[in-house]
Design a protein around this ligand. Sequence first.
Ligand code: DQA
Length: 145
Amino acid sequence: AKILLVNGPNLNLLGRREPGHYGHDTLDKIVQDLTQSAAQANVQLEHIQSNAEHLLIEAIHNTDADMIIINPAAFTHTSVALRDAILGVAIPFIEVHLSNVHSREPFRHHSYFSDKAIGVICGLGAQGYQFALQAAVARLRTSDK
Ligand code: DQA
């Protein structure tokens, strides 16, 4: 089975970006840990981080993954195009946010993804990605992929 991990704009700055909201782990560290956990579960993990909406859209169009774990970052609150991409390929997905978006500015309370996600994890920092991976793996097991 294969999982595509998608990280949106500014997440390349993790580690130095507003650590009060996003923690001290770098994206490299998060992805390394996640790749290791995936391997232990016999699942292949592919990763894209981009600051460019069209690159994220094209990665979603081109993937043959069975499941997507996505932190759309700021595109969460703005991107009908990214929403349409993920619905267009009809790959089930889990939405992750490091910070608790509901405790922040009102413009972060709406997501263009949540109503279509299997589940949404927010506010648990980097651990949220691990929980998402566990949930994705459990789902793939029961669907026999
Ligand atoms: C984020 C929350 C978004 O509101 C913000 O624009 C981000 C990161 C999070 O992981 O907490 O870039 O998705």
